[in-house]
Design a protein around this ligand. Sequence first.
Ligand code: CTP
Length: 218
Amino acid sequence: MMRVLLTAGPTYEPLDPVRFLGNRSTGKMGYALAEAFAATGASVTLISGPTALAAPANLLITTLRVETAQQMYEAAAAAAPLADIWVFAAAVADYRPATVAAEKIKKAGDTLTLTLVKNVDIAATLGQTKRAEQFAVGFALETTNELAHAQDKLHRKNFDLVVLNSLRDAGAGFGHDTNKVTVLDRAGEVRSFELQAKTELARTLVALILTHFTAIYA
Ligand code: CTP
């Protein structure tokens, strides 16, 4: 049975007991991918940041909920050696507050400066441990030189495929039910897809991933 590791959703990086730094990721694309993989008979470990979505009611999908990038990394690192395919769909915070206040931070002064420190890059760190028979898929969201940056990310993080989200199209990306993507592979091939429902796009991407996976490692 094919085993898939999937990260999805945002991460929340706490500042104090009531506040966090987060982002607008809803997890919809990642959850749709989990369902689409399960529909092919694959077993999926879905490592999800905080989202409003219910855990998929599918016996093939194990959902692990985490909050921070560090927790997501630890859960992913535990599942990665056992998985055939890794898909990094999460919008992981690149930085976290350097310290987490034990008590709620009180208002003082007209400005407040936060010091942030770098989080672990989950995809890049696991990418260094990827075995020849494993396959990794990353996501990229770029605003300038999209293809060049995505291609660079593919090599830097040891991805086999990278899914580039378009920000230029209305209805694509964060918060929407639709998405428009371009997929790049290691051979330099570029495939663009029309704007479509995330559920439909998930099925298309899973078919593409499985085709690449079997072509390379079968
Ligand atoms: N990613 C990750 N861990 C991080 C940051 C990113 O696993 N700490 C993964 C994402 O899930 C995605 C890919 O890396 O699959 C690219 O994410 P992106 O935010 O575009 O990349 P960054 O490394 O943050 O690149 P930059 O900020 O330089 O654009």
